[in-house]
Structures are given as C-alpha cells and as structure tokens.
Ligand binder design. Structure first.
Ligand SMILES: Nc1ncnc2c1ncn2[C@@H]1O[C@H](COP(=O)(O)OP(=O)(O)OP(=O)(O)O)[C@@H](O)[C@H]1O
Ligand SMILES: [Mg+2]
Length: 475
C-alpha cells in the first residue's frame, strides 16, 4: 500500500506543498540566525555606550556620591560594583573571545580617554549568580547552542567590563546581552499556512488545467474502443499535451485504416476465391468415380460457404462506414418475425430505452448468428433485451446441450466447431461466433457465452453487450 495520492493532480500538489514547506522552513531558519546576530551587534553597541557613559559619570563623582548614583543605575540587566582592584572573572567559551577585544575597543572609543579597559564575556549558568561567574551548570545541549548560537538562549551571558577610573578605583560592570526573542517563531505557523493556502490555490488551478487535458485524452482513448470512427479530439492545452493529442489522433486514423485495409484485403481474397471454386466445381463434375466426386463436391461446398460468410461479414461492415441511431427493438423484432415465418420458435422480451448508434446491417448479422446457433443447436430461442445507462444487453437463450465450460472461449475461434456439431453434419462453417464477436467489438462491446444454471434446465445463454457510455466495463 502506498500513501502517495493516486492521481497526477494529488501528486503534483503534494510535491508543490512539500517544496513550499521546505523552502519556508529553510528561509525562516536563515532569517532567524541572520536577524539574531544583527540584533546582537546593535545591542552590543548600545551596551558599550551605556558602560562608557556610566564610567564617565562615576569618574566625575566623589567617593561619597557614587553609591547613591550606582543604586539608581543598577537593574536586572545592568549593574556596577566598585572595587579597589581587578576582579577575577571565570573564563567563558573560547568562541566568545573574538568579541571581547572589539567590545573593549568600542568602550574605549566611547570613553574618549585612555583608562584601562578590559572586557570578558562569561557564562552565567542556568541560575545567574553574580559574583560567581565561573559556575557553568547548563546542560550539554544548552552549552552547545550557547557556543554556536549565543543569541538564542536568553540571559545566559554577561559582559563583564572592568574600567580603571582616574582615582584608581576599579568600576566593574555586569551587562546582560539582550537576546533575540524566540517568540518570533510563533508567527511562523500562520504565515506558513497562509503561504501554503495561496500556493495551493494557484497550483490547483494550474495543475487542474493540465490534468483536465489528460483526462480528456483518456476519455477519448476509451471512446476509440466504443466508436473507432468518432471525430478526432480537438487539440487544446499546453504544447506537450497538444502534441500527445496530435499523436493520438494520428494513431487512431492509422489504426482505423489498418483495420479497414485488412478487412478489404480479406474480402478481396474471399471474393477472388469464388471464381476458382466455381471452376473446380465444374471440373469435379467430370470425375468418374461417384464416391470421389461426392467428396470433392462436399469439400467445395464447405469452401464456398467459408468464402461466402467471410465476404458477407466484410460487406456488412464495409457498406455502412458511418454509424447511425438505430431502433434495436425494431431490428430484433423483425429478426424474430423472419425466423418465426420459417416455422421456428423465437420469443422476444424487453425493449431498449433509446436508439443505439450502430451499423444496422452488421448488428443484424451479429444477432442473426446468435439466433441461428440457438435454433441450430437447440429448438427455440428466447431473446431478452436489457438497457441502462452503462450498456444495452441482448441475450439469446436456447434449450440445446450448451457448450462444455472449457470450450466456451474456443468456440469464438474461426472455423472451430465442437465434435458433436461436426458429426451432426449441421452444415456450419464455424465462423458464426467469431463474426458476431468481431461485430460486437467493432461497436466497443463484446459477446459472452455461459451455460444456463442447472436449476433452469439446460441451454446456452449468449449475451451481446453494447456500451452506452465510454466506460470500459465491457472488455
Ligand atoms: N447455442 C449453442 N449451443 C451449443 N453449441 C453451440 C451453440 N452455439 C455455438 N455452439 C458451438 O460452437 C461452435 C461454433 O459456433 P459458430 O456459430 O461459430 O459456428 P457454426 O454454427 O458451427 O457455423 P456457422 O459459421 O454457420 O455459424 C459450433 O460449431 C457449436 O459446436
Ligand atoms: Mg453458428
């Protein structure tokens, strides 16, 4: 079982959606890191400026005034401590070392003086513990993220900057690096859904147009089976589809002319064979030995019957190349009448709902062959007509011996006859069923044979199925 949609439409949309989703996620990731580092750079500049300004203010104040001002300055992300000498700060990640020097340079630039300035970026650990900057109690994953994407984890780092003021006091600043808030991810989903919806809508319209052309083509291919003489398919759609339709139309014409050509050739052979057969018959009459002569004439009769049937079959197809709406009920009715007039028992039940597009002579011949078989191998024929949207079905049932199950298909082969019928010398050539099936298939239909169920007595049921729609239910 596959989870892929079955239709081209579904599959194309799926590929489009997957492509869009991947692109969107990748773009968001790039954006996120890019913007994150941008925010970090800006924030670092702001922090440097703030540290420099605070140092300059503290430098101007007397030792007594400083604590009060420091109290005002201190906050959750920024604090100052005064000390008599440098404070020991734990080493942070080496990845951060390259940021320390430029930051110190920047602070110096804002200080506009040559006071000793050092900067260290250090980890605070999961719990920020001022005064204990050596502690790193974050998880390995947090540490990994912290090393490479320092701006993602909020409140994990502190910039510790130590500036020596003019009176020898060391001002130690602890400033948190502001982080890019992760909450931006929350807006990702609605935006993604919106993009997906727009994309799917446009994609669906475009893909639909293509698959519609293909569907038309598939329908036309079905239609060829039902009506080989139908009009060619109009060439619409994108160039690729147009060229497929064009090739298809050409193939259909080739196929048709091939079938007609073959039919004409067989017809011509059968026709031309009649003259030598007649000549042979004349010569056979001269054979002295009555026994041999009779055998000769019987073989010639058989040959004549074969060429005659073949010829008639092709005539029935060749003469009306165009189909026309036919009242099949009336056709079957007149067929029954003709057989009844010869004293045979033929019963008709049911009527078709509407005329059927067909070759009248061919269809008559097809049904006549079935009725002829029923009357030849049984005593009476019972014809039933059923009609619905899918197909028109005409069944011919007899009360004869039926056909052994394993031979039900073989009897359609040309010149194939069952042993008993040969012995009965019933005079058939074994072409009737193959001609009938040929005609049925020429109409896109078929003939099915089955033996009547035991409970209903013996007999054979031959059913002619003619499709009403292009659906391929008949093959
Ligand atoms: N209704 C039937 N009941 C029993 N056997 C049948 C029936 N219809 C056909 N068959 C068998 O199938 C064989 C082939 O039938 P088909 O109609 O093709 O040839 P045919 O009847 O022998 O000759 P013809 O060419 O004159 O029709 C027959 O010879 C017969 O053995
Ligand atoms: Mg027959």
């Amino acid at each position: 079982m596959t989870l892929l949609p079955r239709s081209l439409f579904g599959r194309t949309l799926l590929v489009l959606a997957a492509g869009l989703l991947l692109t969107e996620v990748a773009t968001q990731a790039v954006n996120f890191f890019d913007r994150g580092s941008g925010v970090y750079r800006l924030a670092a500049q702001q922090t440097a400026l703030r540290i420099a300004q605070a140092a300059r203010i503290l430098n101007r104040l007397s030792a007594e005034q400083r604590p009060q001002v420091i109290e005002e300055m201190n906050g959750p992300t920024f604090s100052v401590v005064l000390s008599s000498g440098p404070v020991h700060v734990g080493k942070g990640f080496v990845e951060h070392d390259r940021y320390e020097r430029p930051l110190a340079e920047l602070i110096k630039l804002y200080l506009r003086s040559e006071w000793s300035t050092s900067v260290q970026i250090t980890s605070l650990g999961r719990e920020s513990r001022p005064g204990n900057y050596e502690a790193i109690d974050s998880s390995p994953l947090e540490q990994w993220i912290a090393r490479h994407f320092y701006f993602i984890l909020p409140g994990t780092y502190s910039i510790v900057s130590q500036i020596g003021l003019e009176d020898g006091t060391m001002a130690v600043f602890y400033a948190r690096i502001p982080q890019e808030p992760l909450s931006r991810l929350e807006s990702l989903l609605p935006r993604l859904l919106l993009a997906l919806a727009i994309f799917m809508l446009i994609g669906a319209v475009a893909v639909r147009a293509i698959t519609r052309s293909l569907e038309r083509l598939a329908r036309a291919a079905d239609q060829v089976a039902v009506d080989p003489e139908g009009s060619p398919l109009p060439e619409h759609g994108p160039s690729e589809v147009r060229s497929v339709i064009n090739a298809f139309n050409r193939m259909r014409l080739d196929l048709r002319s091939y079938v007609l050509e073959r039919a004409r050739m067989l017809g011509a052979i059968s026709h031309d064979l009649q003259t030598p057969i007649t000549r042979l018959r004349l010569r056979a009459e001269m054979i002295q030995d009555a026994h041999v002569r009779a055998k000769f004439l019987r073989d010639l009769d058989e040959m004549e019957a074969m060429t005659g049937s073949t010829l008639e079959f092709f005539k029935s197809l060749g003469n009306d190349t165009q189909r026309r709406p036919l009242d099949v009920g009336a056709l079957v009715g007149s067929l029954c009448e003709d057989w009844s007039e010869t004293g045979r028992e033929v019963i008709l039940q049911g009527v078709p709902r509407s005329p059927y597009n067909s070759h009248p002579r061919a269809l008559r011949r097809c049904l006549d062959n079935l009725v002829e078989n029923a009357l030849r191998y049984g005593n009476r024929a019972q014809i039933g007509i059923e009609d619905d949207d899918a197909s028109l079905r005409i069944s011919v049932r007899d009360d004869g011996p039926g056909i052994p199950e394993q031979e039900l298909e073989r009897v359609f082969e040309p010149f194939f006859r069952l042993e008993e019928s040969r012995n009965r010398d019933s005079g058939g050539t074994g072409l009737g069923l193959s001609i009938a099936r040929n005609i049925a298939r020429w109409h896109g239909g078929d003939i099915h044979l089955r033996n009547a169920p035991q409970s209903e007595g013996r007999g054979l049921i031959a059913q002619l199925v003619l499709p009403r729609s292009a659906a391929r239910a008949v093959r």
